[in-house]
Every structure is written in C-alpha cells, then in structure tokens.
Design a protein around this ligand. Sequence first.
Ligand code: PEP
Ligand code: MN
Length: 352
Amino acid sequence: MIVVMKVGSPEAELSRISDELKQWGLTPEKVVGKHKVILGLVGDTVDLDPLQIQEMSPWIEEVLRVEKPFKRASRQFRHGEASDVVVSTPEGPVTFGENHPLVVVAGPCSVENEAMIVETALRVKKAGAKFLRGGAYKPRTSPYSFQGHGESALELLAAARSASGLGVITEVMDTADVAKIAEVADVVQVGARNMQNFALLKKVGAQDKPVLLKRGMSATIDEWLMAAEYILAAGNQNVILCERGIRTFDRQYARNTLDLSVLPVLRSLTHLPIMIDPSHGTGRYEYVPSMAKAAIAAGTDSLMIEVHPNPAKALSDGPQSLTPERFDNLMQEMAVIGKAMGRWPEPAVALV
Ligand code: PEP
Ligand code: MN
C-alpha cells in the first residue's frame, strides 16, 4: 500500500503518521520523489481499509494498493517515478537511471592477469566506458573449466581501477565472499545462475554497495523482480536489473535469446534502472553490435559488453568478446543512436 502525501505536508505530520502505522505492525518507508512524498507500507496490508488510513490526516492525498507481489520494486511504490542508482567511482559519481545518459560497462569475462585487465581498462575508458567489468569468481557450467583467479584477481581489479579511474563491477557467488568483494567493487554483480540464491540476495541486500542483478536464464519477469525485492527488503535500495538472454528452444546460432521486450515491460512494472548484456545474450561477438544498438533504441539505461585484448586466447567467453578495436567502432556507432535518443553522455571537457 502507498500513502501519497499532499505537496507541502509538514515533516512532523509524516512522522506522526509513520509512528501510528508502525503501531499497526506496518513498516512505513518514506520515499521522496521529484513531485511528491510517499509513505510505502510493507507488511500485512490485506485486511487494511485504505479509507481508514486516509482518515488519519488531512495531509494524506490518497491511499493506493500496490497490486504486484513485488512491493518495493514496483513502479507504483514510487508513484510512477524512476529511481536513480548513483555509484561512486574514483572519478566521481555515475548515475544509472531512466532520466540520465546511458552508462557503458565493458571488460573481459574473467580477470586473467594484471597486464590484460589494466590494458582493457585503459582501452575501454578511452572509448567512453564508465565501468570495468571482470570476473574474479566465475560461475562455470563445468567444474573443469577455468573458475577465475579468486581473491588474487580482486587485487588486479583494484589495480586496474586506480590505473584507469573506472568503477569496477564484479560477481559474487558465495555469501562468504561478499565483504571482501564489496571492498574492491563499486557494484557487486549477482549472476544469472544465482538470481534465486536467496541467502546471497539477503547478504548483498544487507551491505552498502549497489547490486547488479542479472536475470536468471529461465526466470520469469515476476521471479526476477521478486529476487530484486529480496535485496530491497534487506535494506539496499540500489539495484540495477540486467537482462542477459534467456533459454528458449533454439540455441543453434545464438547462445541465448536476448529479451529486449523487457525494456518496455520493466519500465511499466518497476522504477529500477535497466542494463542490457548483449554479449551473454547472443554468445557471439558478431551479433553484439546489432543488439547493443537495438537496446539503446529500445531505451536501455546501460549496456554491459565483454571486451578482451585477445579473444582467441580468452580463458572464458572468447567467442562473444569484442577486441578493443571492435569496441571502439561500436562506441561510435552507439553514439549515433544514443544521441538520437537523447541519452548519449557529453564528452568530458579536457582541462588545460
Ligand atoms: C558474466 O557476466 O560473465 C556472467 C557469468 O554472466 P551471466 O551470469 O549472465 O551468465
Ligand atoms: Mn562471461
């Protein structure tokens, strides 16, 4: 349920209403939107009569039921407004959100050694990326495949972060690793295979770094948003949703089916920012540019693209990785669509 307050409602009135609602066993959450202040009510609201709440104060404009099972993630919970996820990076805050320029995240699937991760970071930064992605801990289908260098790769990510000034996004697979990964990462990634690892969702929800939540490969949109709800309910409001392709009947030519229809669908359902990953979404570098550009045209807030200095030698996901040269070209092509959509970042003004 949400309680929409009238413009100019006194702060003391908001606290009084919140206190009273707490006595009813509800958890009121204050959401300050651009136009309105809202109290989101979480708890057992099924038997509550909206009129009874309405009568609590003349400052209450209306009381609405949130119909969806995902309450905090629902767009209604923010009275229709999009939320921003602001991430601190060495070069200042970067905002993910519907009303902000597109954010490009790029880098290899796995962090292989210092030279390759630093080189990739510098190259993608020069092309305009704002974040470096790279896995230290890799979820692999086979236990015999490269599993990532683990803790030592976190140090390499930290080195690439300070060498490039880029923010770092890296995956966490185990609740036991959350704290040490969050020390290095500016955004922690929960991968497709862990989208319903509820212990992990609660743990990343109880720490401060923003969370990138990938869609499970067979997850419905409701399941994905309920997974986001776990993180939000644990106290972390900074969640970005990442579509990375789903399993369908045909895997002969593309690794997954990149579901770009989530863009308009999620827009109507949730206030959370959206990222598209055309690399895992297609599994082939040749298909990445088309889908990246289509994602911008369909209104994505962010893109995640795998880039490797030598894809033929990559320890994971080489076939879907762009070379830095191909990434440079793609950034130029994306700028055309991004500008047309009014979402392309202004180039940084060089200070002399
Ligand atoms: C990755 O980002 O490298 C990754 C393993 O992604 P996903 O969880 O989408 O498969
Ligand atoms: Mn990968």
